[in-house]
Design a protein around this ligand. Structure first.
Ligand code: HEM
Length: 553
């Protein structure tokens, strides 16, 4: 206590009746009384909460009508068991408790769905009940300030934002800017080709993939792009996306489930506040710039920001709405597609035989005088299968974005109470031995006869036939599926076409570790990119000249 008193600066201070305190001795006594009272009441509150929560959690878990699940600690529930590799713990519990079980974290009950049939019955068939979101303290309340689309409850505000988002993400809209995706994939390939210096330089493809996804989203959202990985926006936007993924895990923040913790300062809370501020400054700032240009009568390329500004009166959008919706695009659409490209480049060097087979297919169907295109995809089933297998093995969102029950629902005799958070346990679904032979192995052949895009596979009547669950399910399913699939196809098919991707023996790649609590990317790694044949540089150069002539490069 004396340390606290010593740190009180000798400033003029007033008591409640306006009397001036000026001596440090008086301050010491008063500070010490305040602290004693506070500490006593905090301890008493904590003990009371601890006892109540212990009784409550035991009683609720014993409620036989809830789906069975693991025991948890008082106050925190099962939170301490989910701090490292939560997907593996959830998988272990799925094996013990079955395809629908319950877990309690703090004051929040979770229902964990680990089977496609249950996922369809709840999230799709009962979509009117299971499409809500919990207003998570860190993600919804602080970072997104209750706005946007990803984190908002299932209500009219969400419907409006989803409708506006769809004007830029539906099939027709994506068709209108597919040439941008095509150009950005070519630009990334050329940058990788130049910087890897004929396969002599160790290269980390992550920033290249990040910039490719970033440029696509910048063009769609704000109508501009970056011209190299050294552009300041590349580092800033990728930093914001990573900060988001590291601050907003669906089961990783105890303050989301233990309300008492929300009152105390914490490094994570400060990071979430800083992230909100940075999103507003960066993406809100870009919206301000575009608004000024429009007001000055300057030309602004079509983009989401322009659309929002044009309809803002009619749709009653304020600056916070527009900034957070734009942020949702920049976060939802950048680290995600980039993550799949990154996992692909991290794992494919270990499979030279798979690369060889894909390259034989590319040589046969596309040849060596041009790059593979979107139209080629239907004729390249093995390349298509490689992508689906990367997505099955390295879904960036193992725990999806949880949904919440809007009312009590009884499923197969078990009660899922209103406000239960429903998590799609995709790690278990993607590694089911019933569905997949040797599920831990990377084997594109399992998808060789599956020609459907994932966005179409998501509509299959039989959920056990669906390729994977990377994009979620039901009414909140990712609206960016079509653009994501096109970006990923163009980037990965072209990397396979251009390079032999080779491991560096003294730099082993760690595929078990990852970076991120909600969306996961590989930890930094390096590989060699060896052009497959002499003409690679020439074909890339020609393609880029074509884009220049069209005014894109
Ligand atoms: C590999 C790429 C991507 C993955 C794995 C992915 C995954 C997901 C998942 C799991 C959800 C939650 C779905 C649910 O609640 O069931 C989601 C929602 C969302 N995604 Fe994506 N996404 C990707 C790309 C994109 C792209 C390119 C965009 C473009 C802007 C985008 C925008 C959104 C938005 C706005 C939501 C919120 C939807 C809502 O709550 O109604 N995503 N995404």
């Amino acid at each position: 206590m004396s340390e606290v008193a010593a740190s009180v600066p000798k400033l003029v201070q007033y008591n409640s009746s306006g009397t001036l305190y000026s001596s440090n001795a008086t301050i010491t006594r008063i500070t010490s009384e305040i602290f004693d009272v506070n500490i006593q009441s905090i301890i008493l509150t904590l003990v009371a909460v601890f006892i109540l929560s212990a009784v409550w959690s035991v009683l609720s878990i014993r409620n036989s009508n809830l789906p069975k699940g693991p025991w948890g600690f008082p106050v925190l529930g099962s939170f301490p068991m989910l701090t490292h590799y939560p997907e593996l713990t959830l998988d272990k519990w799925a094996r013990k408790f079955g395809s629908l079980y319950s877990v309690r974290l703090g004051n929040q009950l979770f229902a964990i769905v680990s089977d496609p049939g249950v996922a369809k019955d709840l999230m799709i068939t009962q979509g009117a009940i299971f499409s809500n979101r919990k207003e998570m303290f860190m993600k919804s309340q602080i970072v997104f300030a209750g706005r946007g689309i990803t984190a908002t409850p299932y209500n009219d505000q969400w419907r409006k934002h989803r409708r506006i988002a769809n004007t830029w993400l539906n099939q027709q809209a994506v068709d209108s800017y597919t040439r941008v995706l095509d150009f950005e994939a070519t630009d990334m390939l050329q940058a990788l080709y130049i910087d890897s210096k004929n396969g002599k330089v160790h290269i980390n493809p992550q920033t290249y993939a990040g910039r490719c996804s970033l440029n696509n989203m910048l063009t769609i959202t704000f109508g501009f792009r970056t011209d190299s990985i050294h552009h300041p926006m590349v580092a800033e936007a990728l930093r914001l996306s990573r900060a988001f993924m590291n601050t907003t895990g669906p089961m990783s923040n105890s303050a989301d489930f233990v309300p008492l913790l929300q009152w105390f300062p914490s490094p994570l809370k400060s990071r979430a506040k800083a992230l909100h501020r940075d999103l507003m400054n960066t993406y809100g700032g870009l919206i301000n710039d575009i608004e000024k240009k429009l007001q000055a009568g300057e030309k602004v390329d079509n983009c989401l920001a322009k659309t929002m500004l044009e309809v803002k009166k009619a749709e009653q959008l304020d600056h916070l709405d527009m900034s957070i919706l734009a942020s949702a695009f920049m976060i939802g659409g950048v680290e995600t597609t980039a993550s799949i490209m990154q996992w692909f480049t991290a794992l494919i060097p270990a499979y030279p035989q798979i690369q060889k087979r894909a390259q034989e297919e590319l040589d046969r169907v596309v040849g060596r005088s041009r790059l593979p295109t979107l139209e080629d995809e239907k004729n390249l089933p093995y390349c298509h299968a490689i992508i689906k297998e990367v997505e099955r093995c390295h879904n960036p969102f193992w725990l999806g974005t949880p949904h919440t029950a809007m009312e009590d629902f009884v499923y197969q005799g078990k009660l899922i109470p209103k406000d239960t958070v429903v998590v799609l346990n995709t790690w278990t679904m993607h590694h089911s031995e019933t569905r997949w032979d040797k599920p831990l192995e990377f084997n594109p052949d399992r998808y060789i006869d599956d020609s459907l895009p994932t966005s179409a596979s998501a509509n299959l009547a039989d959920p056990y036939e669906r390729d994977h669950w990377m994009f979620g399910a039901g009414r909140r399913i990712c609206p960016g599926m079509i653009v994501a699939e096109r970006e990923i196809w163009l980037a990965i098919s072209r990397m396979l076409w251009a390079f032999d991707m080779v491991q560096i023996s003294e730099k082993p790649i760690d595929l078990k570790e990852y970076d991120g609590m909600s969306g996961r990317s590989p930890v930094p790694f390096e590989i060699l990119l060896k052009p497959r044949f002499d003409g690679v540089g020439e074909v890339l150069g020609k393609a880029m000249s074509g884009w220049k002539a069209e005014g894109l490069a």
